[in-house]
Design a protein around this ligand. Structure first.
Ligand SMILES: NC(=O)c1ccc[n+]([C@@H]2O[C@H](COP(=O)([O-])OP(=O)(O)OC[C@H]3O[C@@H](n4cnc5c(N)ncnc54)[C@H](O)[C@@H]3O)[C@@H](O)[C@H]2O)c1
Length: 80
């Protein structure tokens, strides 16, 4: 269980969870909802951002969700 995906990682809880899991040694993919400013929300402020793979997209797109969950052991679904 080393590869995790966090949806809603650009949000309040997701960004803190991303930070915690990186510090605990997990490989973290962080989904940020796409916007035209390429802004990653709360993720922009965490100190381990360079160790996270940030993805831009939308959980309402099932094809994208299938793609980003490949080789992922666990999903924390916080997008809402
Ligand atoms: N913060 C709390 O105290 C609290 C308490 C109980 C439950 N929750 C639940 O926990 C979850 C996260 O809470 P939060 O406070 O971090 O919320 P938040 O609004 O800060 O973060 C949610 C994130 O989801 C993203 N998002 C929304 N729709 C999306 C979509 N279609 N595709 C991809 N991303 C999308 C948004 O960009 C946002 O950054 C929510 O489901 C919330 O209802 C929060």
């Amino acid at each position: 269980m080393k590869n995790v995906l966090i949806t809603g990682a650009d949000g309040f809880i997701g960004s803190h969870l991303a930070e915690l899991l990186v510090k605990e040694g997990y490989s973290v993919k962080a989904l940020s909802q796409y916007n035209s400013f390429n802004n990653w929300g709360w993720l922009e402020d965490i100190d381990v951002l360079k160790q996270i793979e940030v993805l831009n997209g939308d959980v309402r797109d099932p094809h994208y969700c299938k793609y980003i969950t490949k080789n992922v052991d666990m999903v924390f679904h916080l997008a809402a």
